[in-house]
Write a protein that binds this ligand. Structure first.
Ligand SMILES: Cc1cc2nc3c(=O)[nH]c(=O)nc-3n(C[C@H](O)[C@H](O)[C@H](O)COP(=O)(O)OP(=O)(O)OC[C@H]3O[C@@H](n4cnc5c(N)ncnc54)[C@H](O)[C@@H]3O)c2cc1C
Length: 279
């Protein structure tokens, strides 16, 4: 597979040790010549400042284009747009525009009074700040806030019509879920590239936790295969690589050429996967 492109997602480090680990990961993955790296954004301000500095530093040191994620759910519009302006001034030309998760305490007033209601409104406003390239999110297995597949597709189209250039998906376990979403999107006239998010299994407990947090059901048979893997790391790593490789090969056979890998700031699996895919 010589025709594939990769992108890698990182999160901003909070400690010196985490920073060193990130840079070592970036150095290991850079030779795979990713088309893009993206840096997540902590809702609630936890890692916000580090998103911009991390993304800008990766581009400065490696020449790889970096996108900063930006969420808007709990911030007023002026602040969100000021942050976007800062991204532009820092040399960042690509934003992953997101609504962000609502707080978990059941509080319905999660949205800031003067904030953007959703990612579509954020995309439209970002286009008035600067000619950013913009990615938006989609969910092959649905989103907890979804009111139905049709509404999701209409809404995804609205995000593209508002100015988004490409779609990055949440991770998923079954290639068919991604392919169904891609086909349905094409049917409603969404022509923007849709890039599958691939989650290498670094740790089973963590994977189950991520899945639960974003309302993803792990298929039962697959979940049973995961049982006990954390106790045997070598077997887990081989399983993780086989799983990700099988998923990517199936998608590639269906015409998918670009994969967005959630690295969790670790190089081993993404590097093995990239090499096995021929990157
Ligand atoms: C690739 C990717 C990267 C992410 N990065 C981050 C990050 O860095 N930081 C972070 O905090 N979170 C991140 N998230 C998580 C994301 O913030 C949450 O999933 C959040 O709950 C939804 O954000 P969104 O931009 O998808 O929301 P939206 O696109 O606004 O919508 C979320 C859901 O609500 C539905 N919906 C919203 N408005 C409407 C409407 N008007 N009509 C019909 N349906 C509607 C959508 O169809 C969808 O199902 C990421 C998710 C993905 C897939």
């Amino acid at each position: 597979m010589r025709d594939i492109a990769l992108s890698f997602e990182f999160f901003p480090p909070r400690t010196e040790a985490a920073r060193a680990a990130l840079w070592s990961t970036v150095a290991e993955l850079a030779p795979l010549a990713p088309r893009l790296v993206t840096v997540t954004y902590g809702a609630g301000g936890t890692t916000r400042d580090h998103t911009e500095s991390t993304a800008a530093a990766i581009t400065a040191q490696t020449g790889i284009p970096a996108a900063a994620h930006l969420t808007c759910v709990d911030t007023d519009r002026a602040t969100t747009l000021a942050i976007a302006r800062r991204f532009w001034q820092a040399g960042l030309r690509h934003i992953v525009a997101l609504r962000g998760d609502k707080p978990r305490n059941g509080d319905n007033c999660a949205q800031h009074r003067d904030g953007f209601a959703n990612a579509r409104d954020l995309v439209a406003a970002l286009k008035t700040v600067a000619p950013f390239e913009i990615s938006v999110a989609a969910y092959p297995d649905g989103h907890p806030d979804s009111i139905g597949t049709e509404a999701d597709l209409d809404y995804l189209k609205a995000k593209i019509d508002a100015g988004a250039d490409q779609i990055l998906t949440n991770f998923f376990f079954d290639a068919d879920a991604f392919l169904r979403l891609r086909d349905r999107a094409a049917q409603v006239g969404i022509n923007a590239p849709m890039i599958p998010g691939i989650m290498p299994i670094v740790n089973v407990a963590q994977l189950r936790n991520f899945a639960q947090r974003c309302g993803l059901t792990i298929p039962r048979e697959f979940d049973q295969q995961l049982d006990g893997l954390d106790e045997v790391p070598e077997r887990r790593d081989q399983f993780a690589l086989d799983f990700a490789l099988t998923l990517c090969r199936r998608l590639h056979a269906e015409g998918v050429k670009h994969f967005h890998i959630y690295t969790l700031n670790r190089a081993t699996l993404p590097r093995a996967l990239g090499a096995a895919l021929g990157a």
